[in-house]
Design a protein around this ligand. Sequence first.
Ligand SMILES: [Zn+2]
Ligand SMILES: [Zn+2]
Length: 188
Amino acid sequence: MDPILVSVNDRLANVGDTVSLVGHLDLERFELSERSFLLPSGMDYDVVLSNVGEGILATGILRARAIGTCDRCLDEAVLDVAAEVDEYYLFSEPEAGVLEDGEEEGPDYTLVSADSTIDLSGALSTAFVMDIPYVVLCREDCAGLCPVCGENLNKVDCGHAEQIADQAEQQRMESSPFAALRNLKLDE
Ligand SMILES: [Zn+2]
Ligand SMILES: [Zn+2]
């Protein structure tokens, strides 16, 4: 994502000052490790920047329609993303010792840059990523692909599911501790 630079100017000079930012990003796609999402209408954000003394707090919402691939059936999965934006931009590096006991990593913050700007792109992409489910599905009860013939079971009933269930039942019977006994009796 390209930087979205916002100047921390007079409007945010004093503690308590807030600035509302509403914007649209013409972003066509978003890549997320092995996943790729098309964004037919880009992204829209509605963020409020507040001077909270030590820094600028950016809170708001990011909305996007994201079209990805269903993890089960590989068909299209449409996600309506409504993600919470929450980022803290400190005016200066916090002093050592500010960290609370037991806190291994530093608090979650970014710095206001030397030219008094903040870059919202990181906050927006983090929000987007956090809102994408771990498993992307076209619908909650997606039936997936048939492991035998590869048909999309949401659309076609190839009949293999029953066959597989029968086989599984047979295997269960055979692997049962009583299976050996049963054979023994048959042999006698
Ligand atoms: Zn699916
Ligand atoms: Zn099948």
